[in-house]
Design a protein around this ligand. Structure first.
Ligand SMILES: C[S@@+](CC[C@H](N)C(=O)[O-])C[C@H]1O[C@@H](n2cnc3c(N)ncnc32)[C@H](O)[C@@H]1O
Length: 158
């Protein structure tokens, strides 16, 4: 199934270097696309009841499955400090994403890519509180709705 336009924009915002964590990966559409694009390692996470759906989706894609590791757990809990270059949090509400951002920054990735379904202002406010720089911002229209995509990098200490 082709990626929805909003996820194509998320995919385009993810640098093609290093491992990627896809938090709340749903049915794994983005994780599978990343693996097919050549990402050396993708960690796709899901909480509780939605985890079996993710497992099933990955199992049905044998050409990409060897580069995707699935982990169960809420928010950033399944990801270790320094484990991935990029953390992606997409397809959730802006307040949920805002609530995860500090934990994402604490994992010390090089980049964080965010794409809320609504309440983008909550994401903007959360970004302003973190030691991050917005190094790319994009908006797409998908089926009559607009979706912002932010790529953050860690603000360097001087
Ligand atoms: C609408 S889906 C989006 C899936 C995919 N990221 C996308 O952009 O298409 C939102 C997913 O986030 C997961 N989710 C919600 N809250 C979460 C949390 N606290 N930790 C991890 N996953 C969460 C849900 O289980 C659901 O599968």
């Amino acid at each position: 199934m082709p990626l929805p336009l909003r996820l194509l924009h998320v995919l385009a915002a993810i640098p093609p270097h290093g491992a990627v964590a896809d938090i709340g990966a749903g049915d794994g559409q983005l994780a599978l696309a990343l693996a097919k694009r050549g990402a050396m390692r993708v960690i796709a996470t899901e909480i509780g009841g939605s985890y079996p759906r993710l497992l099933l989706a990955v199992a049905h894609a044998p050409d990409a499955a060897d580069r995707i590791e699935t982990r169960r757990g809420p928010s950033l809990e399944p990801i270790q400090h320094g484990e991935v270059a990029t953390i992606v949090i997409a397809g959730m509400g802006g307040h949920t994403i805002a609530g995860m951002l500090q934990e994402a920054v604490a994992r010390n990735p090089q980049w964080i890519v965010l794409q809320p379904m609504q309440h983008a202002m909550a994401v903007e406010a959360a970004i302003a509180e973190q030691p991050c720089t917005v190094d790319a911002y994009d908006v797409c229209m998908d089926r009559g709705r607009s979706y912002g995509v932010w790529r953050l990098s860690r603000r360097s200490a001087r």
